[in-house]
Write a protein that binds this ligand. Structure first.
Ligand code: ZN
Length: 207
């Protein structure tokens, strides 16, 4: 019996929310230049997510790209830094602002392995990010179409969204990480709340 309506087996078809206007969902079938570029930068974000996992952080990585070059790269450091805002996207946005010398990031694309939460999607709006590309959907905290769609709100800036890029790898790195956590001894000093901030399919309660 599984009473939690948010959970579903990791091998079940993912419930994909309706794609909002201005957004696209990668089918994995496209082979145009942008898709190739998206996959290339998402793989870089995945490598950062892997580094996070090795430091016992929830594995999420992000890069910010402008004119085909990586401007900033970061991984989630919430546990290490003991800071609620140290999601990969926030750290990448901060680094990109430092590099460009201002709070606006025009012409920039944010690649992130997991659908941004409301805080990070809000930061992307505030930084005037042009496009957000994410891998796995986050049915419990995603703000790009899952729990809410920040681009459907009447805010002063909207970014283009593409979801589902390298989705399987992005989801696997999370499920592998939490599967490993479940096998560890119970004496884990990490904030237990952190293990609930996950895609439902990656949550310990879902496995
Ligand atoms: Zn976030």
């Amino acid at each position: 019996m599984n009473p939690d309506p948010h959970t579903f087996p990791s091998d079940a078809p993912e419930k994909i929310p309706p794609v909002p206007p201005g957004s696209t969902e990668s089918t994995g079938a496209e082979n145009d230049a942008q898709t190739v570029q998206d996959m290339r930068f998402m793989r870089r974000a995945l490598a950062l997510a892997q580094e996070a996992a090795e430091e016992d952080e929830v594995p999420v990585g992000a890069v910010i790209v402008r004119d085909g070059c990586i401007l900033a790269a970061a991984r989630n450091t919430r546990e290490t830094s003991r800071c609620a805002t140290h999601h990969a996207e926030i750290l990448a946005i901060e680094e990109a602002c430092r590099k460009l010398g201002g709070w606006r990031l025009p012409g920039c694309t944010l690649y992130v392995t997991l659908e941004p939460c409301p805080m990070c999607a809000g930061a992307a709006v505030n930084a005037r990010i042009e496009r957000v590309v994410f891998g796995a959907r986050d049915p419990r905290a995603g703000a790009c179409g899952s729990v809410l769609d920040i681009c459907a709100l009447p805010l002063n800036h909207r970014f283009e969204t593409t979801g589902g890029v390298c989705a399987e790898e992005c989801r696997s790195i999370l499920t592998d990480y939490f599967r490993g956590k479940r096998k560890k001894p119970v004496h884990d000093t990490r904030d237990p709340v952190s293990t609930t901030d996950l895609p439902a399919e990656a949550s310990p309660s879902a496995m």
